[in-house]
Every structure is written in structure tokens, then in C-alpha cells.
Design a binder for this molecule. Structure first.
Ligand code: NAD
Length: 434
């Protein structure tokens, strides 16, 4: 019987599990790498390393539901690169998670960790599940089974998960416990973002928002923006957006508009952010906040402001709204909030974008502190943590700003240049095994 022959793939062909016609978020990441390759000098010979994940694990996560039936969920853990150290990156529970998305997020973690120079590679995980449909018991069983399935590739020296969308300190506690039970000893360093009583770090909850604020303040100096007089609009008022809004308001800036999943509110004189945080803690949304006007969802993008902070979801700033944005500066608290087309529009309009890969790196920086504290079993006070965080963020931002000036490129491209060079330099030093 004759067998139809297919051409052998070229050595640098796309991995077979990717559909070249529909690369999704991974395709966006590949475009970003292509954009910086001309700036990598002799290291560009290693660039293919960045264009494929080192390891991608797909797992079946079966659990007993409370009604006695069995449900199967699809889970992933992707280690994009480990040249600079163990993999590091969060775990997302969301019904729309895909392998392409987890791959892209794992790659962006490689870039982010190298940009702030913490000794990690990049990784990410996810489960295709809507956690709001699960009881607490079901959520715990999904978390534990997933942790057990990916247990063969994670560990304090191999790959260290953390919280991301819809995962929190309790889920990290279950992950830590499951891994520890399988190992036979307590391994607090296997995840970060844990509750303080289980080896978590002070300052971790606010770290990402504090990083957003720190790079925003540094950039403002460069563009001559007086933050104490600035108007700020924030999309997403959770961990990242809520903290960033609070810190900007404390400098005297007016937080004029806030949008979350429940609504959009506006007050020209500035919203009372501590009161708004209390309102959200009680009502779970900014909607209905006393003394504020309500805007239609889409009107958020027309708000007159100096600083815009997208801190909710991906692809919020796109070709349809980028032309309407009034801000002088966009600080990306969320991961991937700006599409590549919107990035080009903002650049053309001279609106400075502080990209996610540096702007929201405060979270992983304090995760690194948590991991170091767990290894030494010696815990620092919050003042020391915040001071170290600010030092690292300022230094990272300064070097990226300089590269952007030197090459006349955007801060996103500059961050990729700095990070890719660091990763590929270690790749070159280590050489290829065998
Ligand atoms: P969170 O769950 O605490 O808050 C998310 C916020 O987004 C909520 O206010 C929610 O109402 C709002 N939101 C959801 N859907 C929305 C919609 N359709 N329109 C407007 N607002 C909407 O999450 P978080 O931890 O603050 O994370 C926000 C983003 O920051 C995510 O992209 C995440 O990946 C990224 N990030 C978080 C961290 C961290 O340490 N938490 C670190 C790096 C990056």
C-alpha cells in the first residue's frame, strides 16, 4: 500500500501543534520578537530559541462534581524558557484559556523577568474552566488534581506558579499543599502569592500596582508631566487598578474615571479613592458609587485625562478606540491590553505607552522576594520589601528608557531588546546540550 508522502518540515518550522493560519496571542508575541531581531547583533543567531516554548504540557483534569458526575477540564503548563533560571509565571482559571494564550503569556513572563533582571525564565499555566460555576469543594479538587498532573515539571527549583486571573492566595495554598503531600515534605517555595501565614510575603498584594505607579512616576519626569496635577482614568479596579489608583491619588492626582465589569463612573473633580475601595469591597463593583456620574461603557475611552491605566483584560485598547484616547501616557497594568494596531496608532499620536512587560513587573519582583524569603526562612518587613521593589523598578525603567532613546524605538521594543539580549546571552554562555 502506498502512503502519501509529505515534505519533511524545515528545521525552523513552526511547532506542529500550532496552526500557522491562526496563531492567536502567540502570533502577536512572534511579531514582537521579529521586530527586535535586527537589534540583537550577534545574539540574533540564537533567536529561534525564543520562538518556541521549551516545554508545553497539556493535562486532563478530571474531578467528581458535587452531584456525583465526573467532569473533565483541560489544563496547561508551558515553560517558555529556562536559560536564566527556573520557570516563573501565574496560573489562570478561565473558560476561554487556550494553549496559544498560555504560550504567549509564558513568553511574556520570560521577557518580563529578564527586563527586571530577576533570575527566572518564563512559564504560565491555565485551566479551561469558569471557576464561578464550581462550588468551593469542586474548585479545590480541580486545583489539587491540576497541581498533581503538572507536578512532574514544577518545583521550587524548576518552575514556580503564582496567582493570575481568577486564582488567589487560597488556590496557591492548595497548590503548595498538594505538591508538598506528593513530595512528603512541606515545600513553601513551590508557589508564590501564598497567604502570609504560609510563607507569603508582605507587600505582595500591592506589588503590581506599586510597580505601575513607580514606572508611571519615572516616565512622567521624562515627559514633564506633573503627576500631582494629573487626571487619571483606570480600567479595572481590582488588585492592580485599585492599588495604582490609590497611590496616584495619594500624590494629589485626580482619578476622574474608573471602569470595571459592572459599570463606568466619572467625576471631574476626582473620585474619593479610599471611599471607592470601601464601596467595591462591599458591592463588588464601582457601579452605584455616590457622587459620581455614570458613563456608558464605550464613553470611557473619550475621557479627558493625562494618564490612562488599563488594568483589566487583554486587547481593550484596539484600532476602534486608540484614535479617541486623550491621555499623554498609557500605563499597561494588565497583560496584553493593547493590540499591535492600537500600539501603532498610539505611537503615531505621540502617546507614550509603558508596556506590560515592564509596567506590571512589580508583582513578579515581589514574588521573587517571597521565594528568596521562603528559601532562607527569614522574612523581611514591608518597608524593606517596598524599598527594594522601587529600586529594582526604577533601575529597570531607566535602562529601558535609555535603550529607547539610543535606538529611537518604543518602550515596548526597547524592553524586548533588553530582555531578549539578556536571555540569549545566557543561552550562548550555556551552549547547547549535548
Ligand atoms: P482582579 O480580578 O483583581 O481585577 C480585575 C478588574 O478588572 C476588576 O475590577 C474587574 O471588575 C475588571 N474587569 C473585568 N472585566 C472587565 C470588563 N469587561 N471591563 C472593564 N473591567 C473589567 O485582577 P488583577 O489581579 O487586578 O489583574 C488585572 C490584570 O493585571 C490582568 O490582566 C492580570 O493578568 C494583570 N496582572 C496582574 C498581576 C497581579 O499581581 N495581580 C500581575 C501582573 C499582571
Amino acid at each position: 500500500m502506498s502512503k502519501a508522502s509529505t515534505a519533511a518540515p524545515s528545521p525552523n518550522a513552526l511547532p506542529s501543534y500550532l496552526d500557522a493560519g491562526n496563531l492567536g496571542p502567540w502570533g502577536i508575541y512572534l511579531q514582537q520578537v521579529d521586530r527586535v531581531t535586527p537589534y540583537l547583533g550577534h545574539l540574533s543567531r540564537w533567536v529561534e530559541t525564543l520562538k518556541r516554548p521549551k516545554r508545553a504540557l497539556i493535562v486532563d483534569v478530571p474531578i467528581h462534581l458535587d452531584d456525583g458526575t465526573v467532569a473533565h477540564y483541560e489544563g496547561y503548563r508551558v515553560q517558555h524558557n529556562t536559560s536564566r533560571g527556573p520557570g516563573k509565571g501565574g496560573v489562570r482559571f478561565h473558560q476561554d484559556v487556550t494553549l496559544s494564550e498560555v504560550m504567549a503569556l509564558s513568553a511574556w513572563m520570560s521577557i518580563k523577568n529578564a527586563a527586571v533582571n530577576v533570575p527566572y525564565g518564563g512559564a504560565k499555566g491555565g485551566i479551561r474552566v469558569d471557576p464561578r460555576t464550581l462550588s468551593r469543594g469542586e474548585l479545590e479538587r480541580v486545583t489539587r488534581r491540576y497541581t498533581s498532573e503538572i507536578g512532574i515539571i514544577i518545583g521550587p527549583n524548576k518552575d514556580i506558579p503564582a496567582p493570575d486571573v481568577n486564582t488567589d492566595g487560597q488556590i496557591m495554598a492548595w497548590m503548595m499543599d498538594t505538591y508538598s503531600m506528593n513530595q512528603g515534605s512541606t515545600a513553601t517555595g513551590v508557589v508564590t502569592g501564598k497567604p502570609i501565614d504560609l510563607g507569603g510575603s508582605l507587600g505582595r498584594v500591592e506589588a503590581t500596582g506599586r510597580g505601575v505607579f513607580t514606572v508611571g512616576m519615572e516616565a512622567a519626569k521624562h515627559i514633564g508631566l506633573d503627576v500631582s496635577q494629573a487626571r487619571v482614568a483606570v480600567q479595572g479596579f481590582g488588585n492592580v487598578g485599585g492599588t495604582a489608583a490609590k497611590l496616584f491619588a495619594e500624590t494629589g492626582a485626580r482619578v476622574v474615571a474608573v471602569q470595571d465589569h459592572g459599570g463606568t463612573i466619572y467625576r471631574e473633580a476626582g473620585l474619593n479613592v479610599p471611599e471607592l475601595l470601601r464601596h467595591v469591597a462591599e458591592h463588588r463593583t464601582v457601579a452605584g458609587f455616590e457622587g459620581a456620574e455614570t458613563l456608558k461603557t464605550d464613553q470611557f475611552w473619550d475621557v479627558e485625562c493625562d494618564i490612562l491605566i488599563p488594568a483589566a483584560l487583554e486587547a481593550q485598547i484596539n484600532k476602534d478606540n486608540a484614535g479617541r484616547i486623550k491621555a499623554r501616557m498609557v500605563i499597561e497594568g494588565a497583560n496584553g491590553p493593547t493590540t499591535p494596531e492600537a500600539d501603532d496608532i498610539l505611537k503615531e499620536r505621540n502617546i507614550l505607552v509603558l508596556p506590560d512587560v515592564i509596567a506590571n513587573a512589580g508583582g513578579v519582583t515581589v514574588s521573587y522576594f517571597e521565594w528568596v524569603q521562603d528559601f532562607s526562612s527569614f522574612f523581611w518587613d514591608e518597608e524593606e520589601i517596598n524599598a527594594r521593589l522601587v529600586r529594582i523598578m526604577r533601575a529597570a525603567f531607566a535602562s529601558i528608557w535609555q535603550v529607547a532613546q539610543d535606538h529611537q524605538v518604543t518602550l515596548r521594543t526597547a524592553t524586548f531588546i533588553v530582555a531578549c539580549k539578556r536571555i540569549l546571552h545566557t543561552r550562548e554562555l550555556r551552549g547547547l546540550y549535548p
